[in-house]
Design a protein around this ligand. Structure first.
Ligand code: ADP
Ligand code: MG
Length: 303
């Protein structure tokens, strides 16, 4: 396999559940060695995409390859090199965590058990209780250990931090960074923008079954509208703030300026610095607002 090959490549990948849309015409590439975030609200089609890639469900249109192998014909070979955390974890409830890891590890073979122990301890994993008695967060941690335990070439993690407490989330982000440093490729889905921002190189945004865009975080943010509120020591003239590139919807009330900014804040901040600034409040764009930016751009681009 060529080292430059895309780890994932999909072509018009489509899945309908009967008449119900799962995903439609998704064209996606995940590059070797990157951490790719698959971002979208609940019901957007994240799990559908992942399950199709791993051949747990079959596409109703289009096709996909993982490691250059066709997902329909080569799923067994693909699974050998994938670590997978499923969205709604349903594990063998009667086993203890330790039993489960032993069982899965023996199926795979070639496991470094010292590494597994280290993983379990880093994630503070409850290994001696029956899985059916574990909280969602503890199941999730076990799910993560089994996804990472064989140091797979490709990690596919469906909403991996759901149910993890903040400390464990930090540990998880460290695991992802280490995986990237080891040259592993990561595909992780999430509905939380700050989370993918933290760890991902690129993100794809999916909504209502359609992949809206694939970008680096920097580019996404530079397209997004940010709300800014600047408080000054005294009244300011509104006209000085009109006509600055990227700045719109300017409202001035005595010593307060409110506006929307697209892209760099630099020019606005330099104009503001001509007056005594008391406070600057910046409202970071939410996932929904970034979606809307893209939707509006789409509309504007319609000829
Ligand atoms: N087994 C199924 N049968 C019918 N519709 C489904 C099934 N699984 C998912 N869907 C629908 O497909 C769409 C995408 O769901 P899903 O891939 O689970 O989204 P996400 O993982 O982003 O929350 C939703 O509208 C959902 O209701
Ligand atoms: Mg899901």
């Amino acid at each position: 396999m060529n080292a430059n090959d895309a780890i994932v490549h999909t072509s018009k990948l489509t899945k309908f559940y009967g008449k119900r849309l799962g995903i439609e015409e998704v064209d996606l590439d995940v590059k070797r060695g990157e951490v790719f975030g698959y971002l979208g609200p609940n019901g957007a089609g994240k799990t559908t995409t992942i399950r199709t890639l791993l051949d747990f469900i079959h596409p109703t249109g289009g096709s996909a390859t993982v490691f250059g192998l066709d997902t329909r014909r080569n799923s067994i070979e693909i699974h050998r090199h994938v670590g997978y955390l499923q969205g709604e974890l349903k594990l063998y409830g009667n086993l203890t965590g330790k039993d489960l890891l032993r069982y899965l590890g023996n199926l795979r073979g070639g496991i470094d058990w010292n590494y597994v122990k280290k993983l379990a301890s880093r994630l503070d994993c409850e290994l001696s209780r029956k899985i059916s008695t574990l909280s969602h967060g503890n199941k999730q941690k076990l799910g993560l250990v089994q996804a990472f335990m064989h140091k797979p070439e490709f990690l596919v993690l469906d909403e991996p931090t759901q149910g993890l407490d903040p400390l464990m989330q930090q540990e998880f982000y460290r695991l992802i960074t280490e995986a990237r440093n080891e040259g592993q490729t990561v595909f992780l889905s999430s509905h939380i923008l700050p989370e993918v921002e933290k760890v991902c190189d690129r993100i794809g945004i999916i909504r209502q079954g359609r992949l809206i865009t694939v970008e680096t975080i920097e580019v996404l943010k530079s397209h997004a509208v940010r709300q800014l509120e600047i408080h000054f020591a005294g009244a300011i003239p509104k006209d000085r703030f009109i006509g600055i590139s990227g700045v719109r919807d300017v409202v001035v009330e005595n010593d307060m300026l409110r506006c929307n900014v697209i892209g760099s804040l630099d020019t606005l901040v330099k104009v503001a610095a001509g007056f005594e600034v008391v406070n600057i409040l910046s409202h970071e764009p939410s996932l929904e607002e970034i979606f809307m930016t893209y939707y509006n751009e789409d509309k504007n681009n319609v000829k």
